[in-house]
Design a protein around this ligand. Structure first.
Ligand code: ATP
Length: 261
């Protein structure tokens, strides 16, 4: 359903962030994108919903050639792809409920957009989404009074309320403590398994990536050096993705080795 054909991405400053990317991602997959800082993970994820434009090649999502979309088509296309960020991207001074309701704004007639009066069925859908994440009692609490994990769950509820076909997640657990990070990863797993929504996640915690993902893409210098099942990742493969045991990669490899060996 997502196909990269010989995709390159070069930024205007000349940095080649993606080079000859070829792959197909299928419905129901939970894909972890791993690699060193600067390997091209965020660029890869952000090309899928056209937050970044590819430079050459083709990117096909559900039969649509993403580069060919224009104006309104891009906005409609983006609505089908949920995006979750490290920083949650919530409107911090309003309630959890209002943050989820925001996902319905593009569908509203102009007078509702201007007055901020949401129809009843939107409110019910938003409350249902919050309830799915155990946050019904927080619906009227300002999000800046919630914990990091609760805020990321509000962001997930907002994404799900949008009924996305695909969820992209750019380091969604990077700012969470280990226990909360796992709770949020369990939420992602639940969404993936029960709703069959494919998840493509850029993640620095290798041991968590291997535990939760079904498929791993290992990036190095803008190319994919590993594409396979999470269960088949070996210490040697991790070394190929992260390089030799330099100071920077030492800890991450130690933790991941402990998991895979
Ligand atoms: N907007 C931009 N303009 C120019 N170069 C960029 C831009 N964004 C990223 N790059 C460069 O492209 C390369 C890939 O960056 P990218 O953010 O995709 O890597 P990453 O693997 O996600 O890194 P990190 O794990 O640190 O987030 C890097 O060399 C980076 O400096």
């Amino acid at each position: 359903m997502i196909e990269f054909r010989e995709v390159d991405k070069t930024y205007s400053n000349g940095v080649k962030a993606l080079s000859s990317i070829n792959l197909k991602l299928n419905r129901g997959e939970f894909v972890a994108v791993i690699g060193r800082s600067g390997a091209g993970k965020s660029t890869f994820i952000r090309c899928i919903n056209r937050m970044h434009e590819i430079t050459s090649g083709q990117l096909i999502v559900d039969g649509t050639n993403v580069a060919k979309l224009k104006g309104k088509q891009i906005r409609r296309f983006r609505r089908r792809i949920g995006m979750v960020f490290q920083s949650f991207n919530l409107v911090t001074r309003t309630s959890a409920l209002h943050n989820v309701l925001v996902s319905f704004v593009p569908e509203l007639p102009l007078w509702r957009k201007l007055t901020g009066i949401f129809p009843k069925h939107n409110k019910i859908a938003a409350l249902t989404a919050l309830d799915q994440f155990g946050l019904l009692d927080k619906a009227y609490v300002r999000v800046d009074q919630l914990s990091g994990g609760q805020q990321q769950r509000v962001a997930l509820a907002r994404t799900l309320a949008q009924r996305p076909d695909i969820i992209l997640a750019d380091e969604p657990i990077a700012s969470l403590d280990p226990v909360t990070a796992r709770q949020v990863m369990n939420d992602f797993r639940e969404i993936n398994e029960h709703m069959q929504i494919p998840i493509i996640m850029n993640i620095h915690h290798v041991e968590i990536a291997l535990e939760y993902a079904t498929r791993v893409l290992g990036f190095r210098d803008g190319t994919i050096v590993y594409d396979g099942a999470a269960k088949d990742v070996t210490p040697d493969i991790l070394k190929e993705i992260y390089g030799e045991m330099e100071h920077q990669t030492h800890t991450v490899l130690e933790e991941a080795h402990a998991y895979v060996s």
